[in-house]
Design a protein. Sequence first.
Length: 237
Amino acid sequence: MKDKKIVWITGASSGIGRAAAIEFSNNGFHVFASSRKLANLESLKNEIDAKNNLIEIFECDVSSSTDVEKCVKIIFEKTNRIDCLINNAGITSFKSAAQNSVNEIDEIISTNLLGSIYSVKSVLPKMIEQKEGLIINILSVVVKKTFQYSSVYAASKSGLLAYSNVLREENRKHGIRVVNVIPGATDTPIWSDEKRKEFSNRMMKPENIAKILVDVTTEKNNIVQEEIVLRPIEGDL
Ligand SMILES: NC(=O)c1ccc[n+]([C@@H]2O[C@H](COP(=O)([O-])OP(=O)(O)OC[C@H]3O[C@@H](n4cnc5c(N)ncnc54)[C@H](OP(=O)(O)O)[C@@H]3O)[C@@H](O)[C@H]2O)c1
């Protein structure tokens, strides 16, 4: 158990985060999985426990810096190290700029942008001390292309892109790799049931995204894949 690499995945109760938790645990990682809904994490844990793989779950609302600090304390008390953080927790609204309420705007920015920054900040000193670490940010093709009904979401992901690029430059000297994963439409509950019914065949599957995340993590050389853009073969919806 001591030799296992430690990965912390935020937003692991559903979609890409859930698939990643399963894939990382299948590949011998010690997975720390967090999100707001413990009940959903428990079903994930049952599935991973049944295969005798290693997962620990905990409640963590990334939009709360206090929650994030508490989570990291739990991880470090158990392992005293972290190999990989996957900033995956994310929400959107699919509403126009005019329709978004102030509450929705605050929630999207606090979760996608601030939550990821809080999570980075909480692991960074340990990664610097270790002289290695990997931070994967799950962005979105909204940072590459303009889509309607995604203004606040695009602002949150583009903000995180800018943050990550600076983070990478500052931390190369510490052996810390920062990778931006930029997916297009993926078949997860972030989409409405109607959209999923209509486009499920076209969308990428979270399990396939998860395999790519594991590949990035297991890279053994002095390369950093700074940006990975993933689109369905048939293109954006
Ligand atoms: N699906 C796509 O087409 C697509 C495309 C590009 C990028 N992405 C990005 O991929 C990431 C994962 O999304 P998904 O598609 O897998 O959607 P999802 O199935 O809705 O999963 C989102 C996850 O984030 C968690 N979450 C939401 N707010 C949170 C908070 N404040 N604190 C902690 N966890 C929180 C949710 O769990 P709880 O409700 O339990 O907290 C859930 O586990 C997001 O960053 C999303 O922007 C998705």
